[in-house]
Design a protein around this ligand. Sequence first.
Ligand code: NDP
Length: 607
Amino acid sequence: MSAHSASPDRRRFTSEELGFDPEVLRAKYRTERDRRLRPDGAAQYRRAVAEFGYAAADPYTERAERAAVGDRVEAVVVGGGFGGLLTGARLREAGVADIRMVDEAGDFGGTWYWNRYPGIHCDIESYEYLPLLEEVGYVPKWRYAPGEEIRQHAVAIAKHYDLYRDTLFHTRVTELRWDDEAAEWQVRTDRGDDFQARYVVVSSGTLTQPKLPGIPGIETFRGHTFHTSRWDYGYTGGTADGGLHKLADKKVGVVGTGATGIQVIPHLGRDAQHLYVFQRTPSSVDMRDNRPTDPQWTASLKPGWQRERMENFLTVVTGGHAEHDLVGDGWTSTARLQRKMLPGDVETGLSAEDREYVDEIADFRKMNQIRARAEEIVQDPATAELLKPWYRYMCKRPTFSDLYLQTFNRPNVTLVDTADFGGITRMTENAVVVGDAEYEVDCVVFATGFEAGISGVVSGTLPVYGRDGIPLLQAWSQGPRILHGFYSHGFPNLFHLGALQNTAAVNFVHILQEQATHIGEVVTAARKHGARRIEPSVVAEDAWIATIRANARDNYAFQAECTPGYYNNEGKPRPVSNSYGPGPVAFHDLLRRWRADGGINDVLVDA
Ligand code: NDP
């Protein structure tokens, strides 16, 4: 049967036609998931606080003493990552003169400030990941940019838009309190600052706080340890480009084989005397094919090229229709594989059940390729087998590397599978123990990821008090109420960035850019009309929540089948996503229409 012939009553492919048996794969995926499910779920991790606080300290910039500020600014932006920088840039373009950027880090860059581990690169193509390239006048040197180039670009954006002028680094905002009379926010910080701001933008990120595994005995280990997001080059030597020469006489253990582990492990494998990779779940590792930017291509770029490329990537990876795939990499080819199996436009012709069937078959094919790749590259068959991922493609962040699997062919690298034990069994003064086997190490590197969604207003780490002193979380006691994911009734002039009641995509910087543009336009309108407050009505909030619910995508079944990880709350998925179901392309369109149709006027108050 041709993949294009059946619609809408699809006949199912036979195992002979497919070359594999879907039932066998489904059963294998379930068995592998069940081996890894832990009753303690997300509670298995330890927060990098108190005795483990060292794991979150800033190793890059010394904290300078400074006097507390008690002045007034027009806008304060909480978070100096790309979300904050993009909003700062758009507010500057909107004519806002006094912008104060605040961040817990010692400089701009957000995740690219903190993460400087060897091998760090962005896994999204740099030409659509690094924002404001045309505005700043820069073309990345590599197709997939190293972390330092991305961090430098963040700094360049801050300089270009004059955002350094009034910054408070190494500063955490501890309270936002609305002053209705002044129509301003009172902002307090952990450095004793207490100042007023007309507008507050919260862009505090999602994966911000490093987490450590709750391994019994972790505190008894006397060797050296650190988290990948606080790399200790003093101990390892070298730089983000590698050359970790101080590890030449060290036995090193690394815990974690997610998107970070995949980038770090080739360097540790090359430079350590011996490397033990403690793996619980293998990642899918596809080809990378990084290369320097072709100067002829750069010379051919026409104004508007970046927007076009970003839109094209977003459309292709979210399954939409695009004439050409301008990027043509691992992300887009996987999405195209899924589309190729569909008999027409994604939106038409197929029942939900048929659509899911087609998706699943395409997924099996992709993952079979990924598993075959491990078998081709890794010489020892038993090791190759352990490196094969048995779950659907998007259960975990897909990874790309032309060095990772090859590392397991080195004689000084040992893969230690921990899946049967739910992870590492325990640590002693000088060793990592898995089952009964003890591995003596000098150093353990934790590539164990971050607490998801704990920063900012939703988790309560940043308390917000709106009109009449009402706490934000009280106003949201029946669930978040955020018109288009930006603002809430009772909390005027406060903007949120993030996926909640908004949208998400693998290139999250694109989402942030659209959010920043929207905020910039709303503030521009408020200034033009002399509105003191930007605030949606309860009616508008209700309507938006109803829209989100009516269009909600129920990912529960998919997530529940997935191997545990932070994507599915460690095997305990939440029922329904609280983002706009039809996806980012449709959402951005909706926002543009809302602005063009005068929707902005509905959120301007006291004009
Ligand atoms: P992850 O949460 O993806 O991975 C953590 C790893 O630690 C997993 O392999 C996990 O195993 C393992 N682990 C945790 N506890 C134990 C234990 N007790 N014993 C053994 N292993 C354990 O973190 P990452 O830092 O790799 O990635 C986080 C996110 O950061 C990514 O999903 C991505 O969004 C982003 N990122 C993006 C990059 C980019 O290029 N854009 C690059 C790097 C990261 P298990 O899977 O079994 O839980």
